[in-house]
Design a protein around this ligand. Sequence first.
Ligand SMILES: [Zn+2]
Length: 230
Amino acid sequence: MKKQTASIFVLVLHLFFAYAFTFAQTAAPFEKNKREADLIELVKLDKTIKLDIRYARADNFVGRVVYPEARAFLQRPAAEALLSVHKKLKKLNLGLMIFDGYRPWTITKLFWEVTPEDKRKFVANPATGSRHNRGCAVDLSIYDLQTGKLIDMPSDFDEFTERASPDYKGGTETQTKNRDMLRKMMEAEGFTVNKNEWWHFDYKDWEKYAIYDIAFSDIKGEKPKRKNHE
Ligand SMILES: [Zn+2]
């Protein structure tokens, strides 16, 4: 009997911690020896980098506005690498369209809570955080500089289907060619594509950065370093 009571106690304890972990995690996980955030606003690097921040509107998978401002940031080295990709695209009359960059940890927690279990491979667990929280992941596509419209891809952004995979074989020839071009150009600058999402790329130094929970309004918005002192 005593043994039974003890195992019930252990079970209750387990349930308590599981509950506490899931519902009461109110602060971003802390990691030692990480770099200070040095977030750069992408449109300040080049005005033709276009934004389509759907989390700042209601037409996203959550179904409501989750970002108070339609802005996109990345850590300085990732932002500079992204600018190189954009410059190469401009020569082809194309440009980068950004869906998301740095994401405060609180938002990752919200995404996890509202996503059904079978779709959770598309969202990060707040216990480990997202590379978006580190300011080293970017969701993006390519647009036509003349028309301002996105070029054709095998799926829409945040479409939680097999068409989202960077290895999906069922797209049209143009869709596949466009998706693979984006991947190749991003890889050349130190980014790696996510295995479930053709639009999501991680920058190589992501492990050097912490999981931040800085609100967009608290980012200093410092201008990128200039080569000359104008
Ligand atoms: Zn992403």
